[in-house]
Design a protein around this ligand. Structure first.
Ligand SMILES: Cc1cc2nc3c(=O)[nH]c(=O)nc-3n(C[C@H](O)[C@H](O)[C@H](O)COP(=O)(O)O)c2cc1C
Length: 165
């Protein structure tokens, strides 16, 4: 595997995540994709890393827990409407790839798929998971973000590959 060139794509990944959102895809027998607009990309434990918060009620959460892998696809055209829907519908009762006319393609290194409609992809395997616990979070943030909602689990994904399609 070639060295992962995260630094080359950091600004693009961050800007797209904050302006439009990214697809996080998991599952193999049953593929699912959802939208994320929070996350951090950097370097930890000698590895390029994607740190992604997923709330425990998401279908995506169970699929990541089960498989230990996910991909992130970064759109290079306006897929804002599709991302809004992927971020509203749940894979529990919707086949989002088919309903939103998205095209899955086999990931190269992990047992799941990428969203082929996007131009840039990250393949990740979970190397650490950390459920957010209120005792360790600033109370103001806990109150602002989590009142009445399940808290996130932080998935630390080692980025095994980044590539353009
Ligand atoms: C713009 C946008 C950003 C989102 N970011 C996140 C996120 O960072 N983490 C998360 O758990 N859910 C996030 N969501 C919500 C999920 O995408 C949404 O609940 C989705 O329906 C989950 O699908 P699933 O049940 O198939 O996993 C976001 C939704 C939108 C529209």
């Amino acid at each position: 595997m070639t060295r992962v060139a995260l630094e080359k794509y950091l600004a693009e990944i961050y800007n797209t995540m904050r302006t439009m959102g990214l697809f996080i895809t998991t599952g193999s027998a049953r593929i699912n994709t959802a939208t994320i607009s929070w996350g951090t990309f950097g370097h930890l434990w000698n590895r390029p890393l994607a740190l992604i918060p997923i709330r425990s009620q998401r279908y995506t959460y169970g699929l990541i827990e089960e498989s230990g892998v996910f991909t992130i696809s970064v759109p290079r055209k306006d897929l804002g409407n599709v991302l809004s829907q992927a971020g509203t519908l749940s894979g529990r009762d919707h086949d989002k790839f088919s309903e939103l006319h998205l095209h899955p393609a086999k990931a190269r290194h992990v047992d799941t798929f990428i969203v082929a409609d996007c131009g840039l992809h990250l393949e990740c395997r979970v190397i650490y998971r950390a459920p957010i616990v209120p005792e360790n979070l600033h109370p103001a943030i806990d109150k602002e973000i989590y009142t009445g909602n399940s808290r996130h689990t932080m998935f630390y994904g080692e980025i095994l590959d980044i590539y353009e399609t």
